[in-house]
Design a protein around this ligand. Structure first.
Ligand code: ZN
Length: 152
C-alpha cells in the first residue's frame, strides 16, 4: 500500500517461539490459544493465505488486520478486511495496523507485522521518509507542498 510506513516485522519473534516449541520449552497449549474473538475476526474479516500453519500443518493461516488510532474513534481495535485498508488510508491521516496470523484448525496465532497507514505518508516523499527525530529543514513544508502540486 502506498502510504505504508514504519513497518515492524515480527518473523524473528515467531521463529523464536517455534524454536522454543520444538525444544519442548513451551507446549502447544501455550501458543495455540486464539481467543473466540480472534477466530471470529479471522472468519469474517480475515485474509486467507497460502501459508501452512507451522504447528498443525493441516490448515492454511488466515491474516487478521487490526486497526488502532485516535481518528478511528469507536472503530479502534476492530478487525478490517485487507480491501478496506486502502480506503481508510485515503480517509484518515494516520492509523496503526497490526497483522495477526491465525490457524482456525489448531488456534495457533502470532503477530506478523505492524505498520502505519494514512494520508500523512503521502507528504513524505521518497527515501528521506523515515526521518527519525522529526527535525525538518527550514522551508521543508512549503517545498513539499509544491512537489505535491507538481505531481498532480
Ligand atoms: Zn494449525
Amino acid at each position: 500500500m502506498r502510504t505504508q510506513r514504519q513497518v515492524v516485522d515480527y518473523s524473528l519473534q515467531k521463529r523464536a517461539v517455534l524454536r522454543e516449541l520444538l525444544a519442548g520449552r513451551v507446549g502447544t497449549y501455550d501458543v495455540c490459544d486464539a481467543s473466540p474473538y480472534l477466530k471470529n475476526a479471522a472468519r469474517f474479516h480475515g485474509e486467507p493465505t497460502e501459508q501452512r500453519c507451522p504447528i498443525c500443518r493441516s490448515e492454511n493461516l488466515t491474516h487478521v488486520h487490526y486497526i488502532y488510532g485516535d481518528e478511528l474513534k469507536q472503530s479502534a481495535g476492530q478487525a478490517r478486511t485487507l480491501a478496506e485498508l486502502p480506503v481508510l488510508a485515503m480517509t484518515l491521516r494516520e492509523f496503526q495496523v497490526f497483522v495477526v496470523e491465525v490457524c482456525l484448525g489448531c488456534d495457533w496465532n502470532h503477530l506478523v507485522e505492524q505498520f502505519l497507514l494514512g494520508r500523512d505518508g503521502l507528504a513524505e516523499g521518497g527515501p528521506e521518509q523515515g526521518a527519525v527525530g522529526g527535525v525538518s529543514a527550514p522551508g521543508a513544508g512549503p517545498a513539499q507542498g509544491r512537489r505535491r502540486e507538481a505531481q498532480r
